[in-house]
Design a protein. Structure first.
Length: 249
């Protein structure tokens, strides 16, 4: 493992074979990128956690080795770096070690130890995130536009996917490769598909009700429950291994 990869994984408590999210788009990261590369004056900060961020291949190719996106990458990394403390990193490392031990032994005691630390880690991550977002909200309370932009960035609402994922389509033997023309072709198709299908339906004097299945006599209904019962049911739910955009459970 290269030193900068080791520094990054150690700080955030990742193990190399687990899912590490790209700090820009949230997909699986494949590179640990130097924000200020050695060729761009980053020799002094080098392999420090402030200068290292996980990127997927596409984001690395587009934004990695250019000064154009450097400030954007710094800000994205700071958002993650600000709330993730050394305590959380240490606790995550402990959780990973206990999980590894439980997988090897299968002993109920090892499982209990792992679950305890995992729950403690999850609670502290949620608390750290809450504290971080409250701090930002207070700082930007008199700057509604910046606050709204912050909320949009964190919720993913600001992301606009302009990539159709289609390089060209064939229409009546002609290849169309311009994105605008491809979009127009799809729009026209779906705008007119209803009318075209209607034209293919044979006329009939029957009522539409005759084509529908007979109604079912059986039915069901839900018993009302109290908020206390609902809270108890939520408490009984088992923790899963799904992660958020930061790769945190």
């Amino acid at each position: 493992m290269k030193n900068h990869t080791k520094v990054y994984c150690s700080h955030f408590g990742y193990i190399l074979d687990e899912f590490i999210p790209c700090e820009v788009c949230g997909s699986r990261a494949v590179d640990i990128h130097h924000i200020e590369a050695r060729g761009m004056g980053g020799t002094k900060i080098g392999d420090t956690i402030e200068n290292l961020m996980a990127l997927c291949r596409q984001c690395h190719v587009v934004m990695g080795d250019t000064k154009t996106h450097m400030e954007f990458l710094k800000k994205k990394h700071k958002d993650k770096f600000d709330f993730y403390s050394a305590e959380l990193s240490s606790l995550r490392n402990k959780r990973n070690k206990l999980l590894k031990l439980f997988k090897q032994s299968g002993h109920p005691h090892d499982k209990h130890s792992y679950v305890q630390v995992k729950n403690e880690y999850n609670c502290k991550v949620r608390a750290a995130k809450k504290k971080y977002f409250e701090k930002i909200s207070v700082e930007l309370r008199n700057k509604p536009l910046e606050l709204w932009n912050f909320i949009n960035n964190k919720s993913g609402l600001s992301k606009k996917n302009t990539d159709l994922g289609i390089s060209a389509i064939n229409v009546n033997g002609n290849s169309v490769n311009k994105p605008e023309e491809i979009s127009d072709i799809f729009c026209n198709y779906f705008n007119n598909i209803g009318a075209k299908i209607t034209e293919q339906i044979l006329p009939t004097e029957k009522s539409y009700k005759e084509f529908m299945p007979s109604s079912r006599l059986s039915s069901f209904w839900f018993n009302p429950i109290s908020t206390v019962e609902l809270a108890n049911l939520i408490e009984q739910l088992k923790c899963k291994y799904s992660t958020d955009s930061n790769g945190l459970m």
